[in-house]
Ligand binder design. Structure first.
Ligand SMILES: [Zn+2]
Length: 116
């Protein structure tokens, strides 16, 4: 497959998946590069953040698969470009992702905490 994006671009995009609170909040569309879910961060009922204490900014996890590989369009990367998504998921997950596997987007079961 002919690559449309350079290795440097793919690498830089990977860095945009963490400590990206500002980018995410400035975005109107975000894409998960593991399961392919695209969403408007302001339309989601609940956003889950990791790295809450990091001075670099919090990291958003995907509302569907709970993996931290979400990028917002404010990062400047073409987050809705199918080729871009494919090249990133292949590079980051070595061809093992829901996108590579052609699996549908599905909400992951989170462990339930029983409160008595
Ligand atoms: Zn996902």
């Amino acid at each position: 497959m002919k690559k449309k994006f350079s290795a440097e671009t793919i690498e830089a995009a990977h860095k945009a998946t963490i400590f990206h609170e500002m980018d995410i909040l400035a975005s109107s569309v975000c894409t998960c590069f593991y399961c392919g879910y695209q969403f408007d961060p302001y339309q989601e009922k609940e956003l889950e953040w990791w790295d809450e204490e990091s001075p670099k900014g919090k990291t958003l996890v995907c509302p569907m698969c709970l993996i931290d590989c979400v990028i917002g369009d404010a990062s400047g990367f073409p987050v809705t470009d199918h080729d871009f998504i494919m090249e990133c998921t292949e590079a980051w997950f070595g061809g093992i992702s829901r996108i590579s596997d052609g699996k549908p987007i599905e909400r992951a079961n989170r462990p339930t905490i029983e409160v008595e």
